[in-house]
Design a protein around this ligand. Structure first.
Ligand code: UDP
Length: 371
């Protein structure tokens, strides 16, 4: 059986890396990897940590890349690869433009499309942001759906996808996290040295990340105002913010937060360095999907800077609180977690609803049992 795994951004790479490596180690399969390069630097950091050399690289990241070009170039770039390798299974992950376009290309090739992290939904197809459309298109063209949770399976059943083609696996990000945690205990690389030179790691650290299109513009202005207020009100707290390379994020963040002594803006960290920093931190403020799935496994409470979520399990489990991009709410919920030890304790000791680190094993078992 021949597998082609296709991905292009940092989060997809992290969540596909353990699947790639476990497939490559399994001699029942011939497995190849294609990256689109939707992200470049951040993708390459992940490939290098997980020791993955792609067989094909579409190198699609360009200045001012837009969704029209990217979608077209992923589909046409994959054509010769799909025709020459002729895979039985094409694996895509999540909800990016790469996911959507690669799932369509896989469908055109006649391969069975397998969607990893399937069934997440906001149910808002009218949203101007592409993620919900991307994941719904992938669900329409995929044959097999690897759902991280019961809720995501139920979403798929509600769209008339037949139950025998859905498998609940947990999220592969936990596989990646557990695999890396063993390797980051006393990490001492350049990132860690740089952080230690700027940040007093014995103080309470608030780790911040943010990148979503829906927060570009006013959202990031509010987020920065909130972080500034938190920093000024709590001089004993260190805020560390690895800033995403998207210019819509980089520019306002550098302008608004560049000159505050206990806010440390750093470059995006390699995955092991980021896992190390999550471990060091007291609390995490983010709009990232992956980070809110990882953090409960490390016992870290998360404030999520979004109004809606396709990850309600975390909210229901109590491991995350949705704070939107409302300045006052970000400030008050952060202050509560800094001041209220009981609240902090109860939030940081909850079970992670996203899995046990065996998602990839389940996926491989499922594929190997197919005719
Ligand atoms: N991450 C990383 N370095 C950083 C920030 C995040 O390696 O500086 C990792 C993080 O551990 C998580 C993933 O990147 O696994 C999340 O990516 P992102 O927030 O860009 O995307 P999302 O999860 O929202 O799709």
């Amino acid at each position: 059986k021949k597998n082609l795994l296709i991905f292009g951004t940092r989060p997809e790479a992290i969540k596909m890396a353990p699947l790639v490596n476990q497939f490559l180690a399994d001699k029942r399969f011939e497995t190849k990897v294609c990256v689109t390069g939707q992200h470049r630097e951040m993708l390459d950091q992940v490939l290098s940590f997980f020791d993955i050399t792609p067989d094909f690289d579409l190198c699609l990241m360009k200045p001012n890349q837009n969704l029209y070009n990217l979608t077209g170039e992923v589909i046409s770039g994959l054509k010769p690869i799909l025709e020459s390798f002729n895979p039985d299974y094409v694996f895509v992950h999540g909800d990016t433009t790469t996911t959507m376009a690669a799932s369509i290309a896989g469908f055109y090739s006649g391969a069975k499309v397998c969607h990893v992290e399937a069934g997440l939904r906001t149910h808002n197809m009218l949203s101007p942001f592409p993620e919900e459309m991307n994941r719904q298109v992938a669900s329409r063209v995929a044959t097999y759906h690897f759902a991280p949770t019961i809720k995501s399976k139920e979403n798929l059943l509600g769209e008339n996808i037949s139950e025998e083609n859905i498998l609940i696996t947990g999220n592969t990000v936990i596989d990646a996290l557990l695999e890396s945690s063993n390797r980051v205990g006393d990490l001492d690389n350049e990132d860690v040295k740089e952080i230690k030179s700027k940040v007093n790691v014995d103080k309470k650290i608030i780790l911040v990340t943010g990148h979503r299109r829906e927060n570009h513009g006013q959202g990031f202005i509010n987020i920065c105002a909130a972080l500034k207020e938190i920093a000024v009100n709590n001089p004993d707290v260190e805020i560390v913010y690895p800033v995403h390379l998207n210019p819509n994020v980089l520019k306002p963040v550098n302008e608004l937060l560049g000159a505050i002594s206990n806010i440390h803006l750093v470059k995006p960290l390699s995955y092991p360095s980021f896992v190390w920093l999550m471990n060091q931190s007291y609390l995490i403020i983010t709009d990232s999907g992956g980070v809110q799935e990882e953090a409960p496994s490390l016992g870290k409470p998360v404030l999520v800077m979004r109004d809606t979520t396709e990850r309600p399990e975390a909210v229901e489990a109590g491991t995350v609180i949705l704070v939107g991009t409302d300045r006052a709410k970000i400030v008050s919920e952060t202050q509560a977690l800094l001041d209220d030890a009981k609240k902090y304790q109860s939030m940081s000791s909850l079970h992670n609803p996203y899995g046990d680190g065996k998602a990839c094993k389940r996926i491989i078992e499922f594929i190997s049992n197919l005719e």
